[in-house]
Design a protein. Structure first.
Length: 229
């Protein structure tokens, strides 16, 4: 075999060996890089860590601020005040159960709920009640004439006067009627004058001898009760 041919083969083998070494080196480098990337990805960067820490601090500060605001709101809340004595007195006057009530008296007796004011019931009549307004029921009824005399030396406001009737042992409230002949008090009565009102109530026949008429002159004044038939 010629010497030139041998030289050529050696060069080819050397070139192949060098190529194999280069390929092996490239593969090794690629392997090392692929193994290092997951670790790099798994480790948070300094910027990410700082951002997370800043966010945690901000949330903590916000929570503390909210707690402080709630505490200040609780401290600043108005404290309930004790009811004023005058308010209690007004409530007692407005509550009928707390009002002074004079002892019941016969229909033919007079009552004086306040100095200069006299209440009388000149007549009690048995009538047939008439239904004229929604809710009214006709039937046996009693008609009461109530007279209020004013000797106080000044005009009296009668708009607050309330008249109610009750019947039977349980003091059942009697339903008011407008007719026949019902008439409310005037708005006021003059000095040394008298006013009359006529009030009609449904009262079953069997209880017309067991009746109470309640006259309330107004807030702050004693309630008057007339009883009998």
């Amino acid at each position: 075999m010629p010497a030139s041919t041998l030289v050529t083969r050696r060069r080819v083998l050397v070139a192949l060996a060098v190529l194999v070494l280069v390929v092996a080196a490239v593969v090794a480098v690629a392997t090392l890089r692929s193994g290092a990337d997951p670790a790099t990805d798994a480790t948070p960067s300094a910027g990410t860590t700082a951002s997370a820490a800043a966010g945690s601090d901000a949330d903590s500060e916000a929570s503390e601020s909210g707690a402080d605001a709630d505490a200040r709101s609780s401290d600043d809340a108005p404290v309930g005040q004790e009811p004023d004595a005058d308010d209690d007195a007004d409530d007692e006057k407005a509550n009928p159960d707390d009002r002074e009530t004079l002892a019941p008296r016969p229909f033919d007796a007079a009552a004086t709920p306040q100095p200069g004011v006299t209440l009388k019931v000149p007549s009690v009549e048995k009538v047939k009640g008439e239904a004229n307004l929604p809710g009214e029921v006709g039937g046996p009824a009693l008609r009461f004439t109530v007279e209020l005399a004013n000797d106080t030396g000044k005009k009296l406001d009668l708009r607050t006067v309330v008249v109610n009737a009750y019947y039977g042992p349980d003091r059942t409230p009697a339903a008011p009627l407008l007719k026949p002949g019902g008439k409310a008090f005037e708005a006021e009565t003059g000095v040394d004058d008298a006013a009359r009102g006529v009030f009609v109530f449904n009262v079953p026949t069997e209880f017309q001898d067991e009746v109470e008429l309640e006259v309330d002159p107004g807030i702050g004044k004693p309630v008057v009760i007339f009883a009998g038939a």
